[in-house]
Every structure is written in structure tokens, then in C-alpha cells.
Design a protein around this ligand. Structure first.
Ligand SMILES: C[S@@+](CC[C@H](N)C(=O)[O-])C[C@H]1O[C@@H](n2cnc3c(N)ncnc32)[C@H](O)[C@@H]1O
Length: 199
């Protein structure tokens, strides 16, 4: 177990039981972000860092019964909370690091990742692993239900120019990992960057 894993598991393990009750009104924002991915019936999609699985029901609704929905997370307590909430009915849950996914290359149509990218130990490498499992032309959504400034204020910190999710930093980070950013939104009530896997 690496220090990176231990830190993530301790941090989110302590928050898992109350995660959903802290953010009870986020459902429509998740549904809208999933809609922006443009999934079709029968598509195969990964929720990377799925936590308690808040995105799994809208992802399942988007791909239908013939689609495949997989939620992957490193923190057992988050996945246990997902099961308690019945979200394992919407998708398969995998206890795994997104840095090394037990999924075949090119096997997915899209990856949805909410609140994940700022927690990645090695963002460039980890985004490249997400690319590996997506087919060429497949999509990536990096989402957060509040924008960067609102999140920084909530956490009592200042936004700095080196912020990973700033457009000027995220675009080259994604490009270096094989993703072409196609849209970028950073508003008070939504952060959403969409990207497409380059061949
Ligand atoms: C801010 S929470 C967001 C959870 C969920 N996506 C949501 O929107 O409610 C970040 C989640 O990412 C998970 N995580 C962080 N680093 C990870 C990694 N390398 N591999 C898998 N999951 C990771 C954490 O365990 C945590 O559940």
C-alpha cells in the first residue's frame, strides 16, 4: 500500500458515511454533467473515483439496460456507502486505483470523473491510464458540482495560478495524456471539462 493510497483512503474513509448527506442537492448537476457526455444506449462507461456512486444512476439511465456501467474507487468505505445506497444496482463496483485499471484497452466509450482529478497522485500518468481504457474518439468528463473559486472558498484556500484545473494548465495536461479538450466551463455552480481521446 503506497502513501498516496493511505492518504486517500484515510481522507475519504472518514467522510464516506456522511458524504451524500453533506451534498443532498447535487443530483440534477450530476444528471446534467452526464448528459453532456453524450452517451448512447448500449455504451460502456466508467465512473472513475465513483465514491458513493452518485453518478451511477444517471450513467445507467444514459446507457440503458444494454450498456455497461462500472464504478471504480480506491476507498472501501466509499464503495460500502454506495452499496448501502443501492447504487450497486446501477453498475459494477470495483475497488481499485484508477492508476492501474483492471480493464481492457479501448474497452469503454467514455469516462466520467467527478471530484477526482485534484486527488490524483500523478495526474498526467493517471489521465493516460484513463485514456488507455477508452476507444479512440471516446469521451472524458472531468466534473465538479461547484466551480473552482467556490470550492476554494468552501475549503478556505486561495486559488493559485498553478491550480491543476485552471484552463491554462488543464488543456496541456490533457493533451500530454492523449486527450483533446473540447469544452471548458468553470462557473460557481459547475466545473466541467470535456475531452476526446485522440487516436
Ligand atoms: C471528491 S470524492 C468524489 C466522489 C464521487 N465521484 C462524487 O462525485 O461524489 C473523490 C473520490 O475519488 C477517490 N479516489 C481518489 N484517488 C483515487 C484513485 N487513485 N483511484 C481510485 N479512486 C480514487 C476517493 O476515494 C474518493 O471517493
Amino acid at each position: 500500500m503506497s502513501d498516496d493510497h493511505t492518504h486517500v483512503q484515510e481522507f475519504f474513509g472518514a467522510r464516506a458515511a456522511h458524504w451524500d448527506s453533506r451534498f443532498p442537492d447535487d443530483g440534477p448537476a450530476y444528471a446534467a454533467a452526464v448528459a453532456a457526455l453524450g452517451l448512447c444506449a448500449g455504451d460502456r462507461v466508467l465512473d472513475a473515483g465513483c465514491g458513493t456512486g452518485r453518478a451511477l444512476p444517471p450513467l445507467r439511465a444514459a446507457v440503458g439496460a444494454s450498456g455497461v456501467v462500472v464504478g471504480a474507487d480506491l476507498t472501501p468505505a466509499m464503495l460500502e456507502a454506495a452499496v448501502r445506497a443501492g447504487r450497486d444496482r446501477a453498475g459494477w463496483l470495483l475497488l481499485t486505483d484508477v492508476a492501474a485499471l483492471p480493464l481492457r484497452s479501448g474497452s469503454l466509450d467514455a469516462v466520467f470523473a467527478a471530484g477526482l482529478v485534484a486527488h490524483l497522485a500523478h495526474p498526467a500518468e493517471n489521465l493516460r491510464e484513463l485514456r488507455r481504457v477508452v476507444r479512440p474518439g471516446g469521451a472524458l468528463a472531468l466534473f465538479h458540482p461547484v466551480g473552482r473559486a467556490a470550492l476554494a472558498a468552501r475549503q478556505g484556500r486561495r486559488l493559485t495560478p498553478d491550480d491543476l484545473r485552471a484552463e491554462a494548465n488543464l488543456r496541456p495536461l490533457l493533451a500530454g495524456s492523449g486527450w483533446r479538450m473540447t469544452s471548458y466551463t468553470d462557473e460557481d455552480d459547475r466545473f466541467l471539462a470535456l475531452a476526446v481521446r485522440e487516436d
